[in-house]
Ligand binder design. Structure first.
Ligand code: ADP
Length: 290
């Protein structure tokens, strides 16, 4: 099979591992930088040109599209789909997953547990917004943030008000969220491939840090999910339409609460924590579908 990995950097752990896993299973593996793909659109003959060469006969693609290039990246994924390549992450699902607010609405409709969240059109009535999530401490998140940047814990009502006013003044869109104290600075990442949890880890923020992101110095260890957690992760990936997903959850007194569903989840943290060959699971998912 001819499989294209869409990645801007062939040296990234995830890109290298997917490439290696594909080669090991005797596939022709190609790494293309999606930002350098030219799309040719004409009547019934969609094509992609890369370094002045026509890319043809691709059986499947593995999109690894960063948040900053979602627009162009999804156009490239869509073009491959038009050329009949199987994508482990459909363009529609990719776009959906990048809109934090829309994702929360979809998860809520599916009756999944979520931290209570409020979104307003820069409401000046900050006091009312704060009240709606049960008061301080609370979490304020920039809609555009990733890797824990742009996630603020406001410990008091005063702090929450001033942070909200500052973001409103900058016309930065934020969501206000109930703070799940009992998560104790930890979260769970369940890695889902084709309706199966292929690995799960618990990430713990460093001392004094409420954010558990590995990029923020958190540490990870393998965990066994409860049945409730596993079901929540599978359902979240399913309703988001993602064949490959990293589902982030908080453990709360009222069960698992979904924080986010990632469509380009990294392999390094999960493979190192679980010692599992997640890259191979993704290649095998392609083999079953092409
Ligand atoms: P990002 O997408 O930037 O990683 P997240 O929403 O995943 O942002 O938040 C980053 C981290 O902050 C999470 O992994 C979690 O540890 C912590 N966190 C986020 N939201 C909450 C919340 N409502 N209550 C408690 N901790 C939270």
């Amino acid at each position: 099979m001819k499989i294209v990995i869409l990645s801007r950097n062939p040296k990234l752990y995830s890109t290298k591992r997917l490439h290696e896993a594909g080669v090991k299973r005797k596939h022709e593996m190609l790494i293309l930088d999606h930002t350098k793909c030219d799309l040719i659109i004409e009547k019934k003959k969609p094509a992609i040109v890369y370094n002045n060469e026509l890319i043809t006969d691709v059986d499947a693609i593995i999109p690894r599209i960063g948040a900053s290039v979602t627009f162009y990246g999804t156009a490239v994924v869509r073009q491959f789909e038009m050329m009949k390549a199987f994508s482990v992450v459909e363009s529609q699902a990719l776009v959906r997953s990048r809109d934090k607010l829309r994702s929360l609405q979809i998860l809520s409709r599916a009756n999944l547990g979520l931290p209570k969240t409020v979104f307003t059109n820069y409401s000046k009535d900050t006091s009312e917004v704060i009240k709606k999530v049960g008061g301080a401490p609370l979490i304020i998140k920039l809609l555009e943030g990733t890797q824990g940047l742009g996630v603020v814990l406001a410990e008091t009502k005063k702090a929450a008000e001033s942070v909200l006013e500052a973001f409103n003044g900058l016309q930065a869109r934020v969501i206000v969220q109930e703070f799940i104290k009992e998560a104790k600075g930890a979260d769970i990442r369940a890695f889902v491939v084709d309706g199966v949890v292929v690995g799960a880890m618990k990430r713990q923020g460093k001392e004094g840090e409420f954010r558990s992101n590995l990029h923020r110095g958190g540490t990870a260890e393998i965990i066994e999910l409860s049945e409730e957690e596993e079901n929540a992760a599978l359902k979240a990936a399913k309703v988001m339409g993602l064949g490959v997903a990293g589902v982030d959850m908080l453990q709360s007194d009222r069960g698992p609460l979904i924080l986010e569903v990632n469509s380009s989840p990294g392999l390094e943290g999960i493979e190192k924590a679980t010692q599992k060959d997640i890259a191979k699971s993704i290649i095998r998912y392609i083999e079953r579908n092409v």
